[in-house]
Each structure stands twice: as C-alpha cells, then as structure tokens.
Design a binder for this molecule. Structure first.
Ligand SMILES: [Zn+2]
Length: 82
C-alpha cells in the first residue's frame, strides 16, 4: 500500500522550506531523473520514498525528538540559484 510524494507535500515543504514536488531527483542506482512528487511513498514508522523506476530507496523521513530526521539518497535538485 503506497501513495505518491504529493501526499506528503506539506511535510516536505515544512522540512525543506519550499514545495519540492516538482523538483527533479536523479537516482543513485538507475540514474534516471524523476520529479520528487512522482516517487511512490510507503508509510510505516515513517515515510520511505522510492525510485519510480527501480524502487531503490530515495529518501526516508521519520519523526525523532520533535524533529524530522531525513536521510536522502541520489541527487536532489533543490532551491533556486541566484
Ligand atoms: Zn532508480
């Protein structure tokens, strides 16, 4: 049972300070690039984002000591230069 990253867009926005669902990410395993919002999300003790192509782990978000603990894999293209 999973949804996609758009369902945790609010959480991601709180963490990164911007809407990152349209931001691209390059997978560390298959090297494909997909928008972060297109990544399937598996909810359990936290949230696990997986690559839409190869299903390798793209990122893990858990709540820990009243903060979000984030582990990212691959390359996330965030922010705006200039
Ligand atoms: Zn992949």
């Amino acid at each position: 049972m999973h949804t996609d990253a758009n369902t945790i867009a609010g959480l991601l926005q709180a963490v990164f300070g911007e809407d990152i669902t349209t931001a691209p990410r390059t997978c560390q395993s298959c090297r494909q690039e997909h928008p972060i919002g297109a990544h399937p999300v598996y909810e359990g003790a936290g949230w696990v984002l997986r690559c839409p192509n190869c299903a390798d782990v793209a990122g893990v978000v858990v709540e820990h000591r009243e903060r979000y603990a984030i582990t990212l894999h691959g390359t996330w293209y965030l922010g705006q230069v200039g």
